[in-house]
Design a protein around this ligand. Structure first.
Ligand code: HEC
Length: 247
């Protein structure tokens, strides 16, 4: 009996630590709920992804014409403003970077990002893009709060500007600051609110890319609900009609 209890405790311990590490081991500085029903936001996210990320990252499980159809972007606009690495709308989104070079340039090959929000979670990706900070000890001069020692440069610095780490986290919180223990020391071309929305659009687009069918599934779900409600009313009226003469 005692042994069984021991085994069970050990098992529970393993399960709990598994859950903790799945959640990143510690709380994320920012929480985010992706909205894949906001087509305007997805369009902005797609444009920004192509402009700022596709130079290094592919999204090889997604094709341009699928984006065009889902996000209501006409083909000529798709070709002129989103397609930098291909001219065939049926192509998958490859990155512009030669794979063999990437490893020597960054020490890491930039991973494919199609399924990134599902692998890491939406809030993780959102926090990652907001928590690059200056760190002279790193080769590129930047570090990241949720991916320590990341080898990706802070590619959005011209928009966000530069943040530094706050030394005493307690004081940071006491002064009424929320979120990451980081301080903006030099603002980029966007205000912090604008940058927040910019990252939100990007993450919405990445969440869409990870599950393009979701948009349609939700739409079909609503239609099915309406259909069932109408059917319910009809059945009720039919029942009343059947029983009218009996009562
Ligand atoms: C100059 C090349 C480059 C550009 C441009 C770039 N990245 Fe990266 N990215 C990398 C590299 C290299 C890594 C690998 C980092 C590591 O594992 O240390 C990475 C990693 C990531 C990761 C973490 C992957 C993981 O799960 O470990 C995410 C998310 C990401 N990039 C998103 C983006 C987004 C979004 C953009 C556009 C705003 C972008 N990247 C632009 C080079 C780039």
């Amino acid at each position: 009996m005692k042994r069984l209890a021991k085994v069970l405790t050990a098992f529970a311990g393993v399960m709990l630590s598994g859950a903790a590490s799945a959640a990143g081991g510690h709380a994320l500085p920012y929480e985010y709920n992706a909205d894949v029903s906001n087509v305007a936001s997805l369009q902005r996210g797609a444009r920004d992804f192509m402009a700022y990320c596709s130079g290094c990252h592919s999204m090889k499980y997604l094709r341009y014409n699928r984006i065009g159809k889902d996000l209501q972007i006409p083909e000529d606009l798709l070709k002129s403003s989103l397609m930098f690495t291909s001219d065939k709308v049926g192509d998958q989104i490859h990155s512009a970077m030669p794979v063999d070079k990437a490893k020597t340039w960054f020490g890491q090959t930039p991973p494919d990002l199609t399924l990134e929000t599902r692998a890491r979670g939406v809030s993780w990706v959102y926090s990652y893009l907001r928590t690059f900070y200056v760190d002279p000890k790193r080769p590129l001069g930047v570090n990241n709060l949720v991916l320590p020692n990341a080898s990706m440069p802070h590619v959005l610095w011209s928009l966000q500007g530069w943040q530094v780490k706050v030394e005493h986290e307690g004081e940071h919180a006491a002064e009424g600051h929320h979120g990451a223990p980081l301080k903006l020391v030099q603002q980029g071309s966007m205000t912090p609110d604008e940058y927040e929305r910019f990252v939100g659009d990007l993450v919405n687009f990445m969440a869409y890319a990870a599950e393009p069918g979701k948009m349609h599934r939700t739409a079909v779900g609503y239609k099915a609900m309406v259909y069932l409600i109408v059917l319910l009313v009809l059945c009720y009226l039919l029942k009343k009609e059947f029983w009218r003469d009996i009562h």
